[in-house]
Design a protein around this ligand. Structure first.
Ligand code: HH2
Length: 263
């Protein structure tokens, strides 16, 4: 899954694709580089970010979604607002990615009547406050229980289990230690029985691990995406599609041969 943020303030590509024609060109580029899905977002959820009015978010994302769908791109909409979900589904979105886990009033209803896939993400708190003092007694158990509960709520509204993807929400109300614990627990999260999506691309946790500023976090992000796939992730949400696809391709070829040799 490639990322296109149609925002002025996203942490890594803020302001680059606020103009619809640039966002569309970026979405096409990511598709051509090997992204199976392009995730379009109009509201930054970086720590400290405030909400965007619904009209403004619609104005940012819908023309981009429409244009990409017309060009045959499989599009995901990154939003927590039911109005934006509905408009994006009407425009042909194949997936709705909600960092709020479909907890807003009307969010489940907005997706239930469609056949779009849904990504349920865990977040403690809200983007405005989530990194102030994240706390868990057992981060893996709590995040796992949340994802199971939200997936059941979606299934209870008639959404087929096969449409549901879960995401532990790296960096959303989590310290570096919480992120590390969750990352190491990816096989356990995958055993919940839903495909797992991992989004760590260029995030602060990669900066903390490498000491790199955001524009130099590509290689660390590729390593993390590869590890995520090796540990059971079905989707990786990344800014650097070409590099990530290369890494996964090389691993699939050489990793498989190593296994044969080791037999
Ligand atoms: N991370 C971000 C946004 N949406 N969705 C899912 N499912 N998982 C994630 O980890 C995730 C997400 C944050 O990254 P980005 O979109 O690059 O930045 P911003 O929120 O500043 O726009």
């Amino acid at each position: 899954m490639g990322v296109v943020n149609v925002t002025p303030n996203s942490f890594s590509d803020g302001g680059k694709f606020l103009d619809a024609s640039r966002a569309i060109a970026q979405g096409l580029k990511l598709r051509d580089e090997g992204a199976d899905l392009v995730d379009v977002g109009g509201e930054s959820t970086r720590p400290g970010a405030g909400p965007v009015p619904v009209d403004e978010e619609l104005r940012r994302v819908i023309p981009v979604v429409e244009a990409l769908v017309k060009k045959g791109v499989k599009v995901s909409i990154d939003t927590l607002k039911p109005e934006v979900m509905r408009a994006a589904i009407d425009a042909g979105c194949a997936m709705v990615n909600d960092v709020n886990g479909f907890r807003a009033d009307g969010a489940i209803d907005a997706v239930a009547a469609s056949d779009a896939a849904v990504v349920v993400m865990h977040m403690q708190g809200t983007p405005a406050t989530m990194q102030k003092a994240p706390h868990y007694d057992d981060v893996v158990a709590e995040v796992g229980a949340f994802l199971r509960e939200r997936a059941r709520a979606l299934e209870g509204a008639g959404i087929d289990r096969g449409r549901i993807v879960v995401d532990p929400g790296f960096g959303f109300g989590k310290t570096l230690e919480h992120n590390k614990e969750l990352f190491r627990a990816l096989p356990a999260l995958a055993s919940l029985g839903y495909p797992v999506l991992v989004g760590v691309s260029r995030k602060k946790m990669i900066g903390d691990l490498t000491g790199r500023p955001v524009e130099e976090r590509g290689p660390g992000s590729v390593a993390a995406a590869l590890l995520a796939v090796q540990n059971g992730a079905s989707y990786v949400r990344v800014h650097d599609v070409k590099e990530t696809v290369d890494a996964i391709r090389v691993w699939m070829e050489l990793g498989a041969r190593c296994e044969v040799r080791g037999e």
